[in-house]
Design a protein around this ligand. Sequence first.
Ligand code: EPU
Length: 784
Amino acid sequence: MNLASEATAAYADPAREESRRRDTLPDLSRFLTAEQHRIHLVGVAGSGMSGLAALLIELGHAVSGSDKATTTETDRLQRLGLRSYDQHRPEHADAAELVVFSSAIKEDNPILLAAGGSGKRLLRRAEAVAAIMQAKRGIVIAGMHGKTTTSAMTAHVLREGGLHPSHYVGAEIPILGTNAHWDPRGEYFVAEGDESDGTLRCFHPEYALILNIEEEHLDFYPDLAAIEKVFAQLIDQTSGSVLYNVDDPDTARLCAKHKRAVSYGFSKQADYRGFDVELRHFGSSFSVCRREEKLGQATLNVPGEHNVHNALGVIALATELSIPFDKITTSLRKFEHARRRFEIKYASDRFLLVDDYAHHPTEIRATLSTAKSIGRRRLLAMFQPHRFSRTKALSRKFGSAFDDADRVVITDVYAASEAPIPGISGRTILDEIMRHGHRGMSYQHRLEWVHRDVGNLLESGDLVVSLGAGNIHEALEILAADLVIAEKLKAIVGEEGEIRLYEPLSKHTTLRVGGPAQFWVEPRSECAFAEVIRFCRDEHLPLFAVGRGSNLLVRDGGIRGVVVHPWGGDFEKIEVHGCEITAGAAVKLRQVAYAARAANLGGLEWMEGIPGAVGGALRMNAGAMGAQTFENVTRIRYLDAEGNSHVKNRDELEVFYRRFPLLEKNFAIAATFRGQPAERAEIDSRLRKSQEKRRTTQPVAKSAGCIFKNPASIPAGKLVDELGLKNSRVGNARVSEVHGNFIVNDGDATAAEILQLIDNIKSVARKKRGIELETEVEIVGEPE
Ligand code: EPU
């Protein structure tokens, strides 16, 4: 059997297909609901298929299933008796009398081929669900947007109304317990009807609730007319009432013709009309009347006007089923969302993170409008387009869907088993949004970096929403987990301190390269710094200190854990007492040189030529003009790995050329330098000499100062020069033509390029001169 051709034939000749189905339906219904059989499900991990598996198990069948993926839902079903296989092998379905397949399964699936060859009965998922429904009084909820929420709401209200409904919904529904359930006690079966593959026409329900009809799934349907045709057939096959959204013109036009059409909405002509809608942050209240009769007020604890609309449909249906209005409203008040429907992932006074399944422009607009109405300061969105076909077909509509968001980060398309379409990517939508005039857009093609881009934008008062039907919620979950830690760090550094997530370290290194710091922390006091150290120890978070970043090469993958940047406050204090100058770790060496000048102290002029601050200079015993830091140090103050502070005199410290081991595991707080009384003119002359040396021998460019330590035999700069490597480059990283020991960043050089250039120089020095160059610059972080 050829599934593709069968699907096409079904579409091309619906009448023939329909008559076949109608003839076999009672039979099939009995087979599925009144007898017990062996049934195999191909693609059992899909959200719809796992629901069907649950129903079949509850109906007493011996159910097996195959899928390449496993989910928490398949794990749960296995505990209930599902025999689950992670590959599609024909032998696993050999014993099955019936094979049901998801529309995501390709026609060359080995189980389907084998089953077709042996003449085994094969069914589409929707056909199976429709046949099960046939054993009850069926209620189908259909439409482009809001079906899962509305189906769940319906099942919940019927259940609270004591009707013991069975249900089948396409997502995890915490309030219902499971996505599908067979209740032998009740008469009704509530099912979410999936319009994506034309199988809506399988259903012959007693009630249909039609939410909205719009262009969607244009990979399957040629146009809106084809979609309407399928809905028209469902409406035609509905034996009882058709409840429909009168505010949607296409829906109204199709449904109003039905002999028992009942309308709902906000329009004056609605049979069930909502009015006096008051939207609150996470809910709403509204009044309802049925024609002339006022029914009363309802409250929802799920947000957004679109949900008021959905609830009106549910109220209309439940009232038609004779559930009293006060019972309906009590249930509605208790209703909680399905997973991924405006699901709150993090909430505090400062930040709110929400995940939503919206992936069609209309849904995105509704979700963003709801999010905006919550009234936080800014609205940031991250969006993962779903399917290449939808991205292509609806790109224009996506262009205007993001107006309510202040900033949007768009990532690449979630393929959902589709083959890529040339020229279609996340950029397609970005371009449309920009054409529409929105300025706050950016594109991040790597999904695993989206949370970084959004996280780094975060400011107190922001609401972040993740949008899409793929796996963008995972990015929001990472952000939420990191935000929990970031907020604890914020509590430590207080109002005056600063915390940023995923801060690009390229902003904080003089080379201007480096990936992000997972947590960028700026304490302003020694006490806060000590507490940050203790917090990291307790939470097992790596901790790394960055000062001016002048001697630092951070790899492109950035630094995991906390990067502490002691800045401002205590760390920028500078005091002169007699011949001693005490300076905090963040004080620039140049400032020390000029403070010494002001106090007529000599011997520290060389510091003028070093771009770093005190902390970094101590850590590497930096030097220039033949001098080095510890020649002038009398004592230092530091925090140990437990956050305890210590003061040590120079004679207690072990120091080497460009190396000071104590600060490899501890953190500098301040240092005291000693100068000698000197004539101002003499000091000025030495300062000028240093400036002149720097000006004439060193490049004015983005660099990390000298890259290599000077080997004993020859200064590294001279060696590189003699090797003829000046101006040699890897990408935008280049050896300076001014000084051979400087690598300069000519533009957007990456750490990888700089590291490659360093390696090239080392290998030439080794090969040609037998000299093993050692880097002076500190290299940290993870590769990309
Ligand atoms: N030289 C060349 N070609 C070059 C570069 C240098 O022939 O391309 C020669 C110079 O003419 C000189 C000798 O090499 O005869 C040493 O050069 P330089 O005087 O510039 O000193 P350096 O040892 O290369 C050191 C520090 C610098 C500091 C200067 C100035 C090291 C590794 N570097 O450089 O510090 O600014 O002295 O006092 O000790 C830094 O640590 O980041 C840094 C820039």
